[in-house]
Design a binder for this molecule. Structure first.
Ligand SMILES: C[S@@+](CC[C@H](N)C(=O)[O-])C[C@H]1O[C@@H](n2cnc3c(N)ncnc32)[C@H](O)[C@@H]1O
Length: 238
């Protein structure tokens, strides 16, 4: 069984990320998937916010890889609201390093997932993804240079009204070691200022420099293509 680090974040996920990276990806991704017709793998599909974009903007079959039971549950519920999309999306309950769809796909989309992989895992990730793509196939992922993280105090990052309740997300960087950043996130539900539910997660993400990611991809047989502001496109050698 896979440890579900995302479980406590699930009720907060769409609220927070509709407010974060999702609108820009929704706008930019369709152009980068132009011409894709047959098959796409989405790595770390989460609750399906991006799956929905791929499904609406391409006619392709989609293999949505999502290891978290909580995130996957919302994903399948979202798909269930559209029978045509439900027929085209296969949800794979595994991590990216174990993905094997049995036929080469035209594109792999990976949005806000790269940080989950340590340097050693990334080396395996690029090999696995190259093995799933057709020659010349494209890998699309989001990327932005970030200011170096520094340990600090817990601070409220966002709060959303849901009926009579406030859903509040607070975060804190605890430790930084090279590209690896360990953070604490606290998820609270409040009613009239009183906390009625509280969960915390501590986890480590990895934020390699852009040039390092580029050199890893080149070593794995990818060449950089034309991306957009926040999205990179890499093509597997033909
Ligand atoms: C920040 S969410 C992004 C979800 C979605 N792509 C989006 O943009 O809304 C990161 C997702 O990656 C998934 N994830 C974490 N480790 C993974 C792995 N090794 N393989 C595939 N997915 C992974 C998490 O379970 C989570 O759903």
């Amino acid at each position: 069984m896979h440890e579900d680090n995302y479980a406590v974040a699930v009720p907060f996920y769409d609220l927070w990320h509709e407010d974060g990276h999702v609108p820009a990806v929704r706008e930019q991704l369709p152009a980068l998937l132009r011409g894709v017709r047959r098959a796409v793998i989405e790595i770390g599909a989460g609750t399906g916010l991006i799956t929905e974009v791929i499904a609406r903007r391409t006619p392709a079959e989609i293999f949505a890889v999502e290891p978290s039971l909580g995130m996957r549950s919302v994903l399948v519920s979202r798909l269930a609201s559209d029978p045509e999309v439900l027929r085209r999306v296969t949800v794979l309950p595994c991590g990216a390093l174990d993905v094997a769809v049995g036929e080469p796909v035209e594109a792999i989309v990976m949005i806000s997932v790269l940080q989950s992989f340590s340097a050693g895992e990334r080396a395996r990730l690029w090999r696995v993804l190259a093995g799933q793509l057709e020659p010349g196939g494209r890998l699309v992922f989001n990327w932005r240079e970030r200011a170096a993280a520094v340990p600090g105090e817990l601070a409220v990052m966002a709060s959303y009204r849901v009926g009579r309740h406030d859903y509040e997300i607070a975060g804190q960087v605890i430790e930084v070691a090279g590209e690896s950043v360990t953070s604490r996130f606290r998820y609270r539900i409040k009613q009239g200022g009183e906390v009625i539910s509280e969960d915390e997660v501590v986890g480590t993400n990895h934020w390699p420099a852009g040039e390092l990611v580029a050199s890893e991809l080149e070593r794995a047989g990818f060449a950089r293509g034309e991306g957009s502001d926040g999205l990179q496109v890499w093509h597997l050698a033909k």
